[in-house]
Design a protein around this ligand. Structure first.
Ligand code: NAG
Length: 268
């Protein structure tokens, strides 16, 4: 029986312990009938009790003002914290910011910039009568690889130094491999193979979840002429793109062929 009497008493005690939020002066006796109704369209950041622990009010959303004194104090919605400016120590006001400021993947398959952005989207979805959205995993949603920069075509003379590059993005970050296409797509030789004038290099970036790979050839011989396939794969899927290396007779041909290729690309 005792605990039933204590529970309502604990609320004002707990509120009094929170700095700047104390329900003290300014809070009259609570009469729920006098509370202003919540907006019919709902609250973007959800609702909570006002600082007097009496009426239901809209919580301050991500980026909105919070804090303040006594009865007028505004509190942030769940998952948010009130961050006060460091320059202005005297100010009692702050701005609501997300406690967990990292990307999350929602159960709707969308990547949100923070848990709070997801919460806002979830409340909006529910308002439209849709399923609420919850966190599926931290970080971005998994996506199949996409080749963002396919390997182009290079022309050069025998004995020269050439390279093809390929850039792919995906979550998890894709793994890149190169194949030399020999006699149609059926037969492909996984590179680098055993050629000592050919090397494969891969590194992460430039952006997060991106990977860039190169086929480096030096010196170029008739043997390396042909098509090269850049292949990106992760747990979700795969993607590939083809580039080519051509051996030409003279340095003049390098220029002519390169210019011709550029004109061709402009026409497309
Ligand atoms: C052609 O080869 C020369 C000499 O190795 C090199 O400096 C140049 O970058 C190459 N050009 C192309 C388009 O690969």
């Amino acid at each position: 029986m005792r605990s039933r009497c204590i529970a309502p008493l604990l609320v004002p005690i707990l509120l009094a312990l929170l700095p700047g939020l104390s329900a003290g002066p300014g809070c009259g006796p609570c009469d729920p009938v006098l509370c202003a109704p919540l907006p019919v369209q709902g609250c973007p950041a959800g609702s909570l009790r006002d600082s007097c622990g009496c009426c239901s009010v809209c919580a301050a959303a991500d980026g909105e003002l919070c804090g303040g004194r006594r009865a007028g104090a505004r509190r942030c919605g769940s998952g948010l914290e009130c961050v006060r400016s460091r320059d202005d120590k005297k100010s009692k006001m702050g701005v609501c910011a997300c406690k967990s400021n990292y990307e999350v993947c929602g159960t709707d398959g969308t990547t949100y910039k923070s848990g709070c952005a997801l919460k806002t989207a979830s409340l909006a979805a529910q308002k439209e009568g849709k399923e609420p959205i919850s966190v599926q995993n931290k970080g971005r949603c998994a996506t199949a690889p996409v080749i963002v920069t396919p390997p182009g075509e290079v022309f050069n003379v025998s004995g020269s130094q050439v390279y093809l590059s390929c850039e792919a993005v995906g979550v998890p970050t894709p793994v890149l491999t190169w194949k030399k296409v020999v006699g149609g797509k059926r037969r492909a030789e996984l590179l680098p193979g055993d050629r000592d004038n050919l090397a494969i290099q891969t590194r992460g970036g430039p952006e997060k979840h991106e990977v860039t790979g190169w086929v480096l050839i030096s010196p170029l011989t008739k043997e390396e002429e042909g098509s090269y396939e850049c292949h990106a794969t992760n747990s979700i899927g795969e993607a590939s793109a083809i580039g080519a290396i051509y051996l030409v007779e003279s340095a003049d041909d390098v220029i002519i062929k390169t210019v011709m290729k550029e004109e061709e690309e402009e026409e497309l």
